[in-house]
Every structure is written in C-alpha cells, then in structure tokens.
Design a protein around this ligand. Sequence first.
Ligand code: ADP
Length: 669
Amino acid sequence: MPTIENAAELLKYYEVYETIGSGGFAKVKLGRHILTGEKVAIKIMDKKDLGEDLPRVKVEIEAMKNLSHQHVCRLFHVIETSTRIYMVLEYCPGGELFDYIIAKDRLSEDETRVFFRQIVSALAYVHSQGYAHRDLKPENLLIDENHNLKLIDFGLCAKPKGGLGYELMTCCGSPAYAAPELIQGKAYIGSEADVWSMGVLLFALLCGYLPFDDDNCMVLYRKITRGKFDNPHWLSPGSLQLLNQMMQVEPRRRVTVHALLDHPWMVAGYGSPVEWHSKLPLGHIDEDCITEMAVNMKRSRQSTTKLVKEWAYDQTTATYLLLQSKKQRGKPIRLRPPPPLSEVTSCSPLHQGLQSQNILHFSEDDDQGSVDFIDTYYDDDCPWMALTPQGVRSRDTDNTDMRAVSPAGDRRRGHGRTPEKAQITPHRRREQTNENKENVAVVTNKDADIFAQPAPRTPATNKKIARPNKNILNTPTSNNNNIGAKTTVDTPKGGGNAKDQSRKRGEEPKEPGDLEILAFSPERRSRSLDMAASQGDSGQKRRGGRVFGSLERGLDKVITMLTPSKRRALRDGPRKIKAQYNVTLTSQTNPDQVLHNILTILPEKHVDFTQKGYTLKCRTQGDFGKVTMAFELEVCLLQRPEVVGVRRQRLKGDAWVYKHLVEDILSSI
Ligand code: ADP
C-alpha cells in the first residue's frame, strides 16, 4: 500500500492534475511547478510494478540528464521515494506525433519535411552524445506548444563504452520499427539501427501506415529482412529514394545521420542543412535566472550558482531549468514570492519545499495497476498549499476544468479537419502500390535460423519485487561526470516486464519450439519489443464474458446505474468545443443519438467502458485481464460546423491497433 510520504514529497513542489498518458510502466500526469507556475508532465512509476525493469528507468534518467536539445524532452526533476519514482518532464501539450498522423491520414511531403528535419536534428544530437535511442516511433515523439517535436522514452537507449561505433547485442525496440540486423539477433551499430527506424517513421509520416506490418511476427520479420515496402503513387521520386536509402537491409549501405543533415530531400525548400547543435547546451548558466533565484532564496548569486551547478535534478535544478524555459519563451523570469514569515515556519521553499498535508488519495488504479491521484486544486494565486488548500477535487469532477489546460486544446488551431476528411475510413488505401526492390538483401538462411528468438520467461522475469525498494537511482549529481560509465548499459539484464511488460530479449539459447508461439498480439506489433511477453498472448483471442458496461448489461441498465453526479453530467449536455485534429466529425446533430450508437457498438467490439456524462473511458483487455488498451471517447458539440463530434484520446496501448479499433467504432456511428 503506497504511503502518503510518496505524494507528500511530490506535492511540496508540484500541483498534480489529470492523467495525460500512460505507458508500459508509467502513468503520466499534468502538473504545475508551484514556484515558477510552469506546467510540467509528471511521469509516475511504481517500483513494485517496475520489478526487473528498474534498471531501464535508471538508464532513461541518466540519459535524459545528459541530453539538452530543442527536440529532446527535457528532464527537470527526479524524486525517488521508497515506493515510487517521479520524473518531472517538459510538458508537451500537442500529444503524440502518431495521433497527429492518423488524424490527418498522412502528411504532405512539405509537412513531413518540417517534422523530419526536427527528428534528424534530435537524433544527430543524441548520437553525437554517444547514445543510440533504439525505440524510435511516432508514439515517442511528442508535439509541444509551438508544434515542434520532442523525443521521449530513453528507457532503451544505449551508450556503448567505446563509442557509438561499437556493436550492441540487445534486441529491443518495437518490432515494426526494428532494423533487420536487430531482429536477426546480430551484433549491430546503434546509430545504423536508429536510421532504419527513422526510415520506417518517415514512411509512416508520408503514407499513414507502416511499411512492414503483419499480425504474425514471423511474417513481419520476413518482410523486414526482405526489405520490400509499398511504393504508393503519392510518394515523390525524391521521397522514395530517401526511404530506400534509409531502409537498406545491409546496414553499411544505409545512409548515415550525418549524410541526412544535408541530403537533397531534407534541404528542399530550406536551402540549408539541418541544424542539429543544441541551442540549450548543458551546463549553461543564465545570470538572469540565477539573480531571480538568489533573491527568492535570500542567498548570494555566487552560492546560488554553486547550488545550481550541482545539477542534482532536485528542486533547484527544476526551478533553474523552468525559469530558463520561461525566459526562452519571452515570459518574465519571476518566481512566486515566498509567503510572509508570519505564515511560514520553514525557510525558502526552494530548500524546504512546502509542507503538504493529506490532500492526496491513493488508489491502486482500477485499470492500469498503477498509482493514481485524486487530483487536487490550489488557488493559483497562492502557491502555499499547505497553508491554504482550497479543497479536494475528485478526478471525476475535474475533467472539464482541466481540459482547458490539457493536451491539444486550442493550440491545434489550423489543424482542424474538414468534415469530409474527418470521417475516418475503416481501411487504409493501399491501391496502386509497387514494391521497391532496390534495397533488398540476399537472405540465405532459413527464417527460423536467422530471427532472434524470444527469451523464455524465467521465474525471475516474471517476479515482481515484493518488498519496498531502497533508493535505486543513486544518481550522480553532476551533469557530465561519470555519466558515461554509468550509462554504458547496453544490455540491461532481466526479462520482459518493460514497456508493455517487454522490450528486451535475453541472450538465452534459442528454443526449437519457440517458433510456434511467436505469433504476437496485434496490440504489440509496433510496441516496444517483448518477445517473451508475446509468447503467452496470441492476441487473437478476446476475453469472453468479463464485460462491464457491456453485452450482458445493455444500454438501459448502464444508464440506470449512473450515479447522481453522472446523471448530472448527462443533464448538463455535451461540451462545446472547437474542431481539432483529435475530433472526428459526424454528420449528426443529436449528441444523445451519437452517444447511444457508440454505447451500442462498444460491447460488439469487446470494449469495456465506464461512462461519465458524454465521456466514455474505454479499455480492452487481453488474456488474464491485462488491460491492452485504454482510451477516451467524448461526444461533443461543435460550433462550426454545427454537428456532433467525437473527441478521441489514446491513453495506453499500441497506437496502430488503437487507430484501427477507433476507426472501426466511429465508422459505424
Ligand atoms: P513508458 O516509459 O511507460 O512507456 P512514456 O514515457 O512513453 O511511458 O509515456 C507514456 C505516455 O505519456 C506517452 O506516450 C505520452 O502520451 C504521455 N507523455 C509522456 N511524456 C509526456 C510529456 N512530457 N508531455 C506530455 N505527455 C507525455
């Protein structure tokens, strides 16, 4: 049972709001750094749930401490308690690049180039720092408030001891994005494998579907090692050539990131190579920020600078980096003033933090087996929540309020979809496509011999750490010192309870019988690789019988079971919102009819749901009740055009499977 100590530590410095995403082992919530007033994303991980994957978190944290780039999500603060790890990150309100692609079907070459230049810039920088990312995919690229990309999820990154030119062995990443040499279990160069994944990503941007795709992983692997992909008619010769150069089966023939920087396709319309150097180099000290902090802390500028230079990723680092970010965005470099001494017995909040009280409620999360909060509310003008808590707000009641500051929001102006375009079609067009043949490697071995095999699920890999963990991060407090030695973890040991209980392959010998059970769940094909986890989960089966809000119950029963607050939410009617990229427009004008249609379809699609007014929190479950996907559908009213829309938000699960499922649901309403 989590202790209040966990939340208290976090709440000294942050207000915590709604969940904005969840991954294999983390829940991510919107937060606000009290002292600077800046919004942040708080990644919350329960050590017990992480189990054997704790080292991955350490790898991610160490890597993020060493990376500071305009297209890499910035880490501000790490809080470790006896049971949890909190990573406080730069908040990216625009959601995942994946959702943006599917909302637009596919992107034009020009728009693709804008994003792809940023991706290449980020990767050139990451590689220059000695890291390979190893899990590049559109779900790991978030869109910030200025519609720029930020790379996340460094849990699988590697920093080979001898430099990036040294070979790696761990097969990881997401199958659909994995390079041939990786899935063949060969030694590989991290940067070369990243280029392949970038090629897959570029294809997904330009085409809206994956170049190599299949529900059966052996078939998928065969496609990847053959290296043939669709050549749809809308791809320009230049795009096709670039894709071929990036998705070369033979790694040595693949274009390098360095060559990509001034590749003719990349510079078209720009006339200049990709700028990849960091605009925010690590260790830079901004005097204005120091001055503001020194005043707030009642310290000298010299001692404040010394404190900041410790780069401890504590409240000092967070305050400094968030102030710096405010400055870059042209906002005043101001900290909230400390409360009058008569009100506070502690010294500066920079050091002491705030005294929190029992304003958090913890529950073992219903659907995701993870921590959860009852969100709290504090008066914006008074950061001293311990002194003036304004009350407790339950998650149930905060949806509407917080959406004002939540993902996407109005920032997507200009990306609204036309009614015709917004109708998601059930099947992707793949007509008039040819296969490229230029990059095909000769595959002589039988597939069965060359593909990397899943590690058997050992008792150790399944085991969760039962007792509370001691501090496991023990991170160095300086930025660059010793980091190399600490993060040269190419092959974090342990089995498959990483993202989606998965991601890495042990180095155990191949088992002859493994081939038969290699068919993996479609929920996983573009998710971070967990061959071990895929063994017991064919994904083809749907769980039977365990449906709530569903088949047996029927719509009437669901409605009669609504609590008073839920009835009130229905009575109040749907929200009125602007058309955004994540809203599917319908041709209907009656929201109740649309809601009714969705409620009827969800059980047919084996989707469980809970209803709050016009919002449906949906989820699918795999075998053994594991939640494979979680998403929200909200029936809304649009003003222009005056029709009913359905806002979609994926919270958890494979992006491509989500896309197909939601297309399926919404195409029938
Ligand atoms: P995990 O490591 O468990 O896979 P991720 O880091 O991928 O978790 O985060 C899960 C999801 O949370 C992301 O896919 C994204 O939707 C959301 N998320 C993560 N970081 C941020 C952020 N900095 N800003 C906004 N949303 C985020």
